[in-house]
Design a protein around this ligand. Sequence first.
Ligand code: HXC
Length: 269
Amino acid sequence: MASAIDTTQVFKNDLFSGKVLLCSGGGSGICRGMTTAMVKHGASAVIVSRSKDKLEKAAEEIRKETGGQVIAVSGDVRKPEDMENAVKATIEKFGRIDFLINGAAGNFLAPLQGLSYNAFKTVIEIDVMGTFNLTKAASEHLKKSRGSVINVSATLYYTGVPFQLHAGTAKAAIDAMTKHLAIELGPHGVRVNGISPGPIASTVGMEKLGAAFKRDGSALDYSGVPMGRAGETMDIAQATVFLNSQGASWINGVTLVVDGGSWMTSSPA
Ligand code: HXC
């Protein structure tokens, strides 16, 4: 079980009252935690991903946990029309978009020879095109609200990681997009930043990719992480609340690594 999300011990309760978050991938894992934290601080949220049933269930659970407003809109981030539709649904329901989290990602472990042309293309399309599609669709609303964007990235390409050619390449492009968009949208009052999570316990990502942390072939071993533990979804939630808060109003174009120092000492896959 992922840890409970409660960032109100550190940040003010009503930090995001009256504001609206749109989050791709918000139905599970890290992005669900990011969404929960934002809603606990008063934001209303729209979560978007492909699996309608899973998404509806997650929205219902976040509503129960926070007492806030959360709706689910199904859509594939690879399809621009789906993202236009998600933005339209957000505006119809809540009237504005203040925060965008681009979190939808595809990943699996595969060596170059096991990576089909379509497999590589699929991950690039979900991660890179997905981030572009949703940001483009939401950008005019973000300008109106002088909002904040967080692109979920990864440290994979800092060192090059086996079996992660597709995902590392995609995340490198996302980090480039973060910088380009920060420059372009900054003059409109919109900040664009990224978060690169390290190994986060109890997520689909770790289940699929955590092989290198299974040093004895069974239990996950995080002793190589300088902070001596796995990350929690709560760690990413705290960074999200900070980056979206006024406390980060002079931070733009940065990808914040939230990994306990992990990428410098241990391979994440
Ligand atoms: C090799 C694979 C594969 C695998 C799929 N493919 N899984 N190739 N190994 N394990 C290939 C398929 O054979 C196919 O190629 C192509 O990819 C597309 O597959 P489809 O199933 O048709 O596509 P689709 O359902 O659209 O997407 C598949 C998917 C996606 C990318 C695997 O369903 C997915 O990733 N879901 C899980 C989401 C996830 O893991 N999120 C967490 C990300 S964590 P062919 O040639 O056969 O047509 C993360 C953090 C990284 O990114 C950092 C960690 C520290």
